[in-house]
Design a protein around this ligand. Sequence first.
Ligand SMILES: *Cc1c(COP(=O)(O)O)cnc(C)c1O
Length: 441
Amino acid sequence: MPWSVRLRAARLTVDALRKRILSSDEPCHDLLSRENIEAELSSRAAGLLSPSLKPVINATGVVVHTNLGRSPLPEPVLDVIARVAKGYCNLEYNLEKGERGSRYSHVEDLLRELTGAEAALVVNNNAAAVLITLETLARDREVVVSRGELVEIGGSFRIPDVMARSGALLREVGATNRTHLRDYAGAIGDQTALLMKVHQSNFQIVGFTRSVSVRELAKLGAKHGIPVFEDLGSGNFVDFTRFGMLHEPTVQEALEAGADIVSFSGDKLLGGPQAGIILGKRKYIDKIKTNPLNRAVRIDKLTLAALEQVLRFYREPENAVKQLPVLKMLTMPYAALKERAESLRQLLDGLGLNGASIDTADTVSRVGGGALPLQELRSRAVRVRVTDPKKISISKIEAGLRAHDPPVITRMEDNAILMDMRTVREEEKDIITSAFSRIWP
Ligand SMILES: *Cc1c(COP(=O)(O)O)cnc(C)c1O
């Protein structure tokens, strides 16, 4: 074991013991026994030696779970990543001409083919896509945005702040609940660089509302020679109403409606790797491409390899739904979820856990990733309740599952553990079962 690990494990152990002694009113002889100190040391050392970033089982039912890595990738995509990662590749090398090529060429034609866009560019993520688009097209000039669309996505991504960082001047129009076309029209002047529309993502304004469609904005923009940029947030190529879900505007619809530039994430509803995709008119995309910032936010070769393969699936949308885990999970029929829940319940029942009752119950899964915030997906969960609190508590079970390897992330609701089957893979049922048997006192 490396000395640095021994040293850190020793320091962490001493710190932890000191804290416990100071906070305890009782004598601490047991804590300081040789066995206990050795056990503490070796468990800390083992923790330091195992990878920090590791797979977890997502039993929360939130499909595009930002904290849990958003979008799982399927086997064929992993194969492509491994093939490209292992050796050299033609990342920026034109094999036909035997000279320097462009890294964007690998997905540009595919994106145009799939969406009908004139040109395409991919960057590190959608936040970068928005930043570089604003910096390129609107620095020191005005961007007109509705007050109802000044979104905070989470973390530190807020439209007004990103706008400020890009050097563009935010020109807010309308009211929180209602913005009219005449509001945009009234704000247009010789300083106007862009009309911008932002997908509301994680919230919706209901009641007495009015917003302006991309189509209306595009007409207004065309009249004044001002481009329209839509940040679609999640961005998707398939119409979710086909699966009985709420409507989420597709990338193709936004372009067809006349948006000059659209941007969206690769790892939200699209179900691919983390990326920011920018599509639109060539004259704008070319400008963004040559912005020096582009080098700072560029996409790496492994992501590019994954993205190309994911995009290939979308040539046949039925195939994308079959291949991509995010789409598969979102469209999973209730009957299949019910069956999966029943099968896990039986496995857990077989353990004969003392002091717990296990059943299945209806629950609601969420899309996550700031997409379709109002969409409720009817799902089925396995529910674990404690019948003998002296034996174990709900929060101990939750923490025990979280500390398991691999960790099982669950939901606590009404003093019960809920495991939504929508985000649990078939082969993970056995791992969950063994986690329960290990943590049970
Ligand atoms: C999620 C989101 C972003 C940020 O995208 P990332 O890929 O997470 O960087 C930007 N704008 C909107 C509207 C979003 O929903």
